[in-house]
Design a protein around this ligand. Structure first.
Ligand code: C5P
Ligand code: ZN
Length: 471
């Protein structure tokens, strides 16, 4: 069977799994939607809430940093007849059922081994598709929304793509593939989305071109990244007019100007010794939301997802949700303000890692941010830290939570995953062994552990990752 045929088979299997819960949902008037505080969780919740709104069903959204026992108790206390979990739940099926919660779980994290059965469970892993690269939480929610209104809700594919990009599902290959690609095609047919090959640097819609280069991390251009003056000089040398009435953005440039910049960047990268594989990442697929205004964050899936992270990860999931639900006034302005602060926090976080350094063990490396980086964004900083870290070991980042627990975020590379790395497995076992909880994906996972267990946890992780990589 060809890969395309296998994907279609998996899609059909997931759509089949969505039939029964769609019918159950239609029989209810009030539904609790429980989701995760990141871009994928927000878009997943928004897809579900929009689909319910269109069916005339009342909904109440509830967001959590992670679905632990305390969160589940809160969910159970709501006394809802039906709870739809989006972008979380698969790791806690037994605990959900133990509390008598009638649940439809739509998720893409690795499911825990469980005996209990919720009302329905929709997850790409259940049909043999990888939840880190093939389908996001928002994509899974989209399949349920499609079952709720066959032939309708196709416009919501745009949010599903924002979620997938927010979970970095396009990063391994430079474009979305598998089930995500099927959703992309539905969106393109419905004229909600377009996609094309373009420069993969962040800020194509909203940033002056020189800022695009200045903040380029992946690939990192020695002599340009982090140096505003050098970026301005470089663009002038290439013959690019930097401003008209305003600073020109990537979207304001002519095709020929874009090509000239890319060629010059590749030459400069090669001359500075950046390896080919990294330089190839400069170009990839980009995703445009056709219903959104040009020059706003919302027009570009990558900028949209960062805007959402800037709300939900700081306790303002309601603002992000309203943006996803269509508010282009107050909520959007609030989100844009939060985005400015988020950017500054990421810059400060990276500076902290650069100055305090990363400690290497045999098979992993780590840094401890204490309370200098928020536990909700320490994973983003960990991922960005690969620019200054050794790529042959996964990175673990520690941060103290407001409750005094220790949050761990782990990030790997696709090369490491190909060599056997599975951070979800390693984190969930190591966290469990020290009295914590953890899970996620092979390439990115998280956990919360008791602070006193840090050393023991590091040793367990070092050994678990060592075993995975030598297999
Ligand atoms: O929090 P962080 O960004 O590091 O999480 C990485 C991934 O691991 C996310 O997809 C998150 O949902 C997942 N995760 C999890 N269980 C936890 C913590 C994180 O499944 N306890
Ligand atoms: Zn997700």
């Amino acid at each position: 069977m060809t890969d395309a045929a296998k994907t279609m088979e998996k899609l059909a299997a997931l759509c089949k799994l969505a039939q029964e819960p769609a019918q159950a949902i239609r029989r209810h008037n009030d539904i609790l939607v429980v989701s995760h505080v990141d871009a994928d969780g927000l878009t997943a919740a928004a897809i579900m809430c929009k689909a319910l709104e269109r069916q005339g069903i009342n909904y109440k959204p509830l967001f959590f940093r992670q679905l632990d026992e305390a969160a589940l108790n809160l969910v159970a206390d709501q006394g809802s007849d039906l709870v739809v979990f989006t972008d979380l739940g698969s790791g806690m099926i037994n605990e959900i059922c133990e509390r008598g919660i009638r649940a439809v779980v739509t998720d893409h994290h690795k499911p825990a081994v469980c005996e209990a059965r919720p009302l329905a469970h929709i997850n790409p892993h259940l049909v043999g598709a990888d939840g880190a690269t093939q389908l996001s939480g928002s994509g899974t929610a989209f399949l349920l929304a499609s079952a709720l209104d066959p032939g309708g809700n196709q416009d919501l594919s745009a949010l599903a793509i924002v979620g997938a990009v927010g979970d970095l599902q396009d990063m391994a290959s430079g474009h979305l593939l598998g089930l995500n690609r099927q959703i992309l095609e539905i969106g393109a047919k419905a004229e909600a989305l377009s996609f094309s090959r373009d420069i993969k640097l962040f800020g194509r819609q909203t940033r002056p071109v020189y800022k695009l280069l200045e903040y380029s991390q992946d690939p990192y251009f020695p002599g340009l990244s982090g140096n505003e003056d050098a970026c301005i000089a470089f663009l002038k040398e290439v013959g690019i007019r930097l401003s008209g009435e305003k600073w020109r953005r990537w979207i304001d440039l002519e095709q020929e100007e874009k090509a000239r910049i890319v060629t010059a960047l590749l030459k400069k990268g090669l001359r500075s010794g950046v390896d080919n594989a990294k330089l190839e990442r400069l170009i990839g697929e980009v995703y445009i939301l056709l219903a959104e205004r040009e020059g706003t964050e919302l027009r570009d899936a990558s900028e949209y997802s960062t805007l959402l992270n800037a709300t939900a990860r700081y306790g303002h999931a309601d603002v992000g949700l309203q943006v996803c639900m269509g508010d282009r006034e107050k909520a959007l302005q609030e989100a844009q303000k939060l985005l400015g602060e988020h950017r500054q926090n990421l810059v400060n976080g990276l500076r902290l890692v650069a100055s305090s350094g990363i400690t290497a063990l045999k098979n992993i490396q780590y840094f401890d941010a204490g309370d200098a980086i928020l536990d909700t964004i320490v994973g983003i900083v960990a991922g960005m830290s690969f620019q200054m870290a050794d790529r042959s070991r996964p990175i673990l980042a520690f941060a103290t939570t407001p409750a005094g627990d220790l949050k761990v975020s782990a990030r790997g590379t696709q090369d490491l995953v190909r060599s056997g790395l599975d951070l979800a497995d390693a984190l969930s076992h190591s966290a469990h062994a020290v009295g914590g909880v953890g899970g996620g994906h092979n390439v990115a996972a998280g956990a919360t552990i008791p602070p006193a267990a840090k050393q023991e946890f590091l040793e367990l992780m070092d050994s678990a990752v060592g075993k995975q990589l030598c297999r």
